[in-house]
Design a protein around this ligand. Structure first.
Ligand code: DGY
Length: 319
């Protein structure tokens, strides 16, 4: 029997590519780099399914050119790169990869928190450039972490995982979210507060909301005006949740102390102002970047595609 035709928009990790090649016929060979729009359209033309990543914008025009398409399996938990309405209108199922990347993303959020608080990248540069002349009592003084207040905006799976890690640092956890979420440890309750209260009181503000029309530029000039001048902002969600120009202006005006960023408004471009600020730690969208996590994400995509093509219930259906 012929294998189903699937388009994979980018080269995924080797064990996942092996599983894909075993089960499916690839409409095009994927590349490590993002496909051009023409290549995307070509790959989709005869595909029954696409396994795509967050760098591909799957919109109405592309879907119109994909008459056989039954499922879009997004290799990410976020799905702002897909026009859900257009997919729904054409009866195309959309799936994502929740749960399997929660810990990796929460861990990376903490890497950013600690790096920004304790000036890890500045210290690294000092040593690496040979500019370090020895221990100094006033050198690279950072922010306290233990015992401080963590503010989590968006208390979904990743927000909760970030909050759970704060227990080890004896931190108070505030969160702003549509739903209330109890702390797993009743002796260390998480306090649900308004966004304004969180912005006013938190020492570390960590973003874990999906990108929607409501959350675009959620953190902008107004939010920065409420933050403590000692606050540190962390973003491992989606870049456009933060108004980058407003962030640069706020940092330059010392409205907040620093930032740890994994995501940007216009990836892979960054606001030039961010590059000039030593108190900003920048990573290249690495939230889910561990081999185990990427294998699990890929496996979920394969399972989701197979389920749709077999007419079975789908594990991670978005619509
Ligand atoms: C996601 O899953 O949304 C991540 O950003 C991908 O690494």
């Amino acid at each position: 029997m012929a294998k189903p035709s699937v388009y994979v928009s980018r080269l995924l990790v080797a064990p996942v590519m092996a599983a894909i090649r075993e089960r499916f016929h690839l409409t095009l060979e994927p590349d490590i780099a993002p496909p051009s729009r023409e290549t995307l359209a070509q790959g989709l033309r005869n595909a029954q399914a696409i396994i795509t990543t967050l760098t591909e914008q799957i919109d109405e025009t592309l879907l119109r050119g994909a008459p056989r398409l039954q499922v879009i399996a997004n290799h990410a938990v976020g799905h702002n790169n897909i026009d859900l309405q257009a997919a729904k209108a054409r009866g195309v199922i959309v799936t994502n990869t929740p749960d399997v990347l929660t810990d990796a993303t929460a861990d990376l959020t903490w890497a950013l928190l600690l790096a920004a608080a304790r000036r890890v990248t500045e210290g690294h540069r000092l040593v690496q450039t040979g500019a370090w002349t020895g221990w100094e009592p006033t050198q690279l003084l950072g922010a306290e972490v233990s015992g401080q207040t963590l503010g989590v905006i968006g208390m979904g799976r990743i927000g909760q995982a970030v909050a759970r890690r704060a227990v080890g640092f004896g931190m108070t956890v505030l969160y702003a979210s549509h739903k209330s979420v109890p702390s797993p440890d009743p002796t260390k309750p998480w306090q649900q507060v308004t966004l304004e209260t969180l912005l006013r009181q938190a020492d570390f503000i960590s973003l874990h909301v999906p990108l929607t029309a409501d959350t675009r530029h959620l953190i902008g000039e107004q939010a920065f005006s409420l933050m403590r001048p000692t606050a540190i902002l962390l973003n491992t969600s989606r870049g456009p949740v933060v108004d980058e120009a407003a962030l640069v202006a706020a940092l330059n005006a010392a409205r907040l102390a620093g930032a740890g960023l994994d995501v940007y408004e216009d990836e892979p471009l960054l606001h030039q102002g961010l590059l000039a600020l030593p108190q900003v730690v920048t990573l290249p969208h690495l939230g889910s970047a561990t081999l185990g996590t990427r294998v699990r994400m890929g496996q979920l995509c394969v399972e989701n595609v197979q389920a749709v093509l077999d007419g079975r219930p789908v594990l991670n259906r978005v619509i």
